[in-house]
Unconditional design. Structure first.
Length: 264
């Protein structure tokens, strides 16, 4: 009886966490504001909503089924399947975005605890659990081999932009009017490089990435213009960890707000 009580309490914890996350999504104020959570929500096709709904359904089922003796086999199957699926989710975070979603990790811990409890249950059949562990490890290894990490800058100059940003439009127009720059500056949309920027602590565009032996970032229209179009040396540009990211001539891509109107 004590084992069932603990199982139900852990299921309730998972249900509360999933429900809280759903509420945050609905009111546009997610409980997890870490970069990993934001990136997962942005680059998955339907955001994190489907995963949250599945989590609520899973923990609700486990909680209800725990009150019925005939539901033991179904509980073992559901917990094992969820644990296997966590291998794919963990691989996605570790090998694709290189960031961990805090809520996802919390859910994974809850599922792992439930899995361990069911595994050591006296009357449980261990075959389904061994298959689940094999599936978890297999999906993790497959993720390591298949996933290509999120965008990382190539050597040279790369402009990260979005069409919603008038400051970006100004920079792009100037680059297109320069015969040399139009051949040497790569254009990358924000949707492709968002993970890279957020992982670097930057939430604004335009951003010019300069990569040689090191990576240097120019944030905002003024800084980019001064160093790109005026032919100034970029050797004195501060490194990424020294940049002051409070630019007043860029657009915050989280709020879609621009600090200043576009320059003429």
């Amino acid at each position: 009886m004590k084992e069932k009580v603990i199982f139900r309490l852990i299921s309730v914890a998972g249900l509360i966490l999933s429900t809280s996350d759903l509420y945050g999504i609905v009111v546009s104020s997610p409980i997890c504001k870490a970069s990993g959570c934001l990136i997962v929500n942005e680059i998955t096709p339907f955001g994190s909503m489907p995963f949250v709904v599945i989590g609520i359904a899973l923990f609700s089922f486990l909680l209800i089924a725990s009150f019925y003796r005939r539901g033991e086999d179904l509980i073992d199957f559901a917990v094992s399947l969820a644990f296997t699926f966590e291998g794919a989710l963990l691989g996605f975070q570790l090998f694709y975005i290189h960031l961990l979603c805090i809520v996802c990790v919390g859910i994974a811990i809850v599922i792992s605890l439930l899995f361990i409890m069911r595994f050591f249950r006296k009357r449980s059949s261990k075959i389904v659990f061994y298959l689940a562990v094999s599936g978890f490890v297999g999906l993790l290894l497959i993720s390591r081999m298949l996933y290509i990490p999120v965008w990382h800058p190539l050597p040279g100059k790369t402009l990260i932009y979005t069409l919603k940003c008038p400051h970006c439009e100004n920079i792009i127009r100037k680059i297109k009017n320069d015969k040399t720059l139009v051949r040497t500056v790569r254009m990358v949309k924000l949707s492709r490089a968002k993970g890279f920027l957020m992982n670097s602590g930057i939430k604004s565009v335009p951003v010019l990435v300069l990569k040689d032996k090191n990576i240097r970032l120019l944030v905002g229209e003024r800084q980019i213009s001064e160093n790109l179009f005026k032919k100034n040396s970029v050797s004195d540009i501060k490194m990424l960890d020294e940049l002051k990211l409070n630019q007043t001539d860029s657009c915050n891509f989280e709020t879609d707000n621009c600090s200043l109107p576009p320059h003429n």
